[in-house]
Design a protein around this ligand. Structure first.
Ligand code: WTA
Length: 655
């Protein structure tokens, strides 16, 4: 970490927005001034940009921290805000989704068409007994039906739990169980790198009898989109084809009003323990901040821009900046099913050219992999339509930032590096592209209306030029309202550390430069960030020890040029397996096991077979030392180890 900090300290380039960009930008200095003068009035004004069936009179209720209520006496319908109101305003013919499937098939869907589809689906869901507060699991590829499903659930005041299609049957099962989902919406399969990857079989496995599994009991129906055309098993009475029921349903459906604090979704994310937490978001505050930030940070002009956020709807970025923010703003956006490099490594740039994308929002890991392939590939395409670039998910190193600016943005498009979390619901820290002089590698400043600080362990401000812990010092509209079914864990994880000050503890290390701008330094807990995806060391360790051959395991996140961090596992193997198998065979088997248990993204890059793990006298594994080994550094201070010789043995075994 220290070499990284030195490197960042030497970074002092700055880029001001061009005059013409600044002149047309939606986000202005005035927003900061208004927010500073009266934070609550500022957020109330942003909220009033939405349609309220019943206007709110209260803004923030913070009488029982950390449980906030925003716009509590107001009522709205989230889907109505994303759909009907645009049609009613005469914009029904505007394209909402420019969808492209991996094989190259296309669909253009207008706001009027998407509204009809969501209304039909809402009628189908009502017929299946889904109503306010019911949970619906969504396990779909990046197809228009995924967006429609989220909106139809929201329209009914029900709660969706989107599970990333790359997660395994086991991960899906635990998420269905935890939320007690009544319905699962899935597809037969989706396209991935030229092949159909099956989804329905994973749902069948997740719902299979497992000695009284909750999933099997709570789920009444499975609604299946035909996409992959792969063969699937069918459970009569439980399973329904989308194409049989949705087109046949009525397209008349009036959106009912729901309270601002009605839950909108649960999204599971990795924490520091083995069990993923169901982050709970509600309606009015969430939609307000997602919509506002999408507008001012991405400088979204819905009449003229073609917006593309490359995130999958299985992650929070796909919730706030594919589904809710852009559709509430009435944007036209690209939705792409495939991967960046299939069938050729220029696929994304081909799409930018083809659709005339003006705003691109993606992750540093993608930029770094393009950088590795070289500029010749993007240079083959006309990227001159791009006028704003965004980054999200992990710190972006200055080299990648500069490459993004020069090669993709033609040295013109401002870059917004946006920091936020599943828990924060929407962007918290970012430049405003028409206002801020941007700095490569720094997320910089809180967006208007957000109050943050970097503090010492005791909660005191670190002062410019120093590092510490990132905190949010005032409640914000899109803040998580809790962890599903576990209020204690919510309080403990985020609010206990700075209880005295009432600060939200984000789990990120950060530094303030001499201007007071924020530079992120990565997580300070046992959460890893691999290609912008959050993974928990403990979760992967418990998967590995579930493998028959394994006696014990420790997992660390080691820095990786492309993925930011990579999963590295140190594993003690049972003697009988050591005798019967090669180390390569065991490593391979453990890697695929983790892929099956959690999902391919969690598969360790390296599996090192060792005899012992470094432990303190109280038996705690010292992952810091293993990280030194994994990153090829000299091993740090070992004096608190129970057996100080163990690290030299491990280092030798790894070599
Ligand atoms: C990291 C993704 C530095 C951070 C929206 C945070 C970032 C975690 C940035 C949340 C950024 C996200 N700069 N770090 N611009 N954006 N992070 O919940 O460690 O998947 O705590 O939300 O990603 O990841 P999550």
């Amino acid at each position: 970490m220290s070499s990284q900090i030195d490197h960042l300290l030497n970074e002092n380039r700055k880029f001001a927005p061009s005059e013409s960009f600044a002149a047309n930008a939606i986000g202005t200095v005035g927003l900061y001034e208004h927010a500073r003068a009266d934070r609550e009035a500022f957020w109330a004004q942003q909220a009033r940009d939405l349609h309220w069936h019943k206007p709110f009179t209260e803004v923030l209720d913070w009488s029982t921290p950390p449980f906030a209520k925003w716009f509590d006496d107001g009522e709205l319908n989230v889907a109505y805000n994303c759909l009907d109101r645009h049609v009613e305003a005469g914009n029904g013919d505007r394209v909402a989704l420019l969808w492209e499937g991996e094989p190259g098939d296309e669909r253009r869907i207008t706001y009027a068409e998407l509204t009809d589809e969501v209304k039909r689906l809402a009628n189908v869901l009502t017929g299946l007994g889904i109503g306010q507060g019911d949970r619906v699991a969504i396990y779909l590829p990046m197809i228009p039906e995924a967006v429609a499903s989220m909106l139809a659930v929201a329209r009914l005041g029900a709660i969706h739990s989107v599970v990333f299609g790359g997660f395994s049957a086991d991960s899906l099962r635990s998420r269905i169980d935890d939320a007690g989902a009544k319905l699962v919406i899935t597809a037969d399969g989706g396209y991935r790198k030229g092949k159909v990857s099956a989804l329905k079989p994973a749902v069948d496995m997740a719902l299979a009898d497992r000695n009284g599994s909750g999933a099997q009991e709570s789920v009444e129906h499975v609604l299946v989109v035909k996409r992959g055309e792969n063969d699937v098993d069918w459970t009569e009475g439980r399973d329904l084809w989308w194409h049989d029921v949705v087109p046949a349903a009525s397209k008349d459906h009036e959106a009912q009003a729901f309270p601002a604090e009605n839950p909108l979704f649960i999204l599971y994310t990795s924490g520091t323990t083995g069990k993923p937490k169901g982050i709970l978001h509600t309606s009015g505050g969430y939609l307000t901040q997602a919509t506002f930030t999408n507008k001012v940070v991405h400088d979204l002009h819905p009449e003229t821009d073609v917006y593309w956020c490359t995130a999958d709807i299985g992650w929070v970025t796909g919730h706030s900046y594919v589904t809710y923010g852009p559709l509430a703003n009435g944007a036209t956006q690209v939705l792409f099913e495939g991967t960046p490099d299939s069938p050729h490594p220029g696929r994304w740039w081909e799409l930018v050219e083809k659709y005339g994308v003006t705003i691109l929002y993606t992750a540093p890991t993608a930029i770094r992999s393009f950088m590795k392939l070289g500029r010749a590939i993007p240079n083959k395409f006309d990227l001159s339509s791009l006028r704003l670039l965004g980054s999200v998910g992990e710190p972006i190193n200055p080299e990648a930032w500069m490459w993004y600016r020069e090669i993709i943005g033609n040295n013109l498009a401002p870059i917004v590096d946006t920091w936020w979390q599943t828990e924060t619901g929407a962007i918290m820290i970012s430049a405003l592209p028409g206002v801020t002089e941007t700095k490569p590698g720094s997320a910089q400043v809180p967006v208007p209306g957000i109050s943050i600080d970097v503090v010492n362990e005791d909660g005191s401000h670190v002062g410019n030029g120093n590092g510490g812990l990132l905190v949010v010092t005032e409640p914000w509209p899109a803040m998580l309202r809790g962890i599903w079914g576990d209020p204690e864990r919510f309080v403990e994880t985020y609010w206990e550390k700075f209880h005295a000050q009432g600060f939200y503890f984000a789990g990120d290390g950060a530094r303030l430069d001499d201007d007071g701008d924020v530079w992120f330094l990565g997580r300070v807990d046992d959460v890893m960030n691999v290609s912008g995806h959050r993974l928990s060391t403990t979760e992967i360790e418990s998967a590995i020890v579930g493998h028959d051959a394994t006696a014990e395991a420790a997992v660390v996140g080691a820095s990786d040029e492309t993925t930011g961090q990579a999963v590295v596992a140190f594993v003690i193997i049972k003697q009988s397996y050591l005798d019967a198998h090669t180390p390569e065979g065991l490593g391979h088997s453990i890697r695929s096991w983790v892929g099956e248990q959690i999902g391919p993204i969690a598969r360790p890059r390296d599996v090192y077979i060792v005899n012992e793990l470094p432990k303190t006298r109280s038996g705690k594994i010292m992952r810091r030392l293993l990280r030194d080994v994994a990153e090829g550094r000299e091993v740090g201070d070992t004096t608190t180890l129970a057996d100080t010789a163990v690290m030299s043995v491990i280092s030798a075994q790894v070599k």
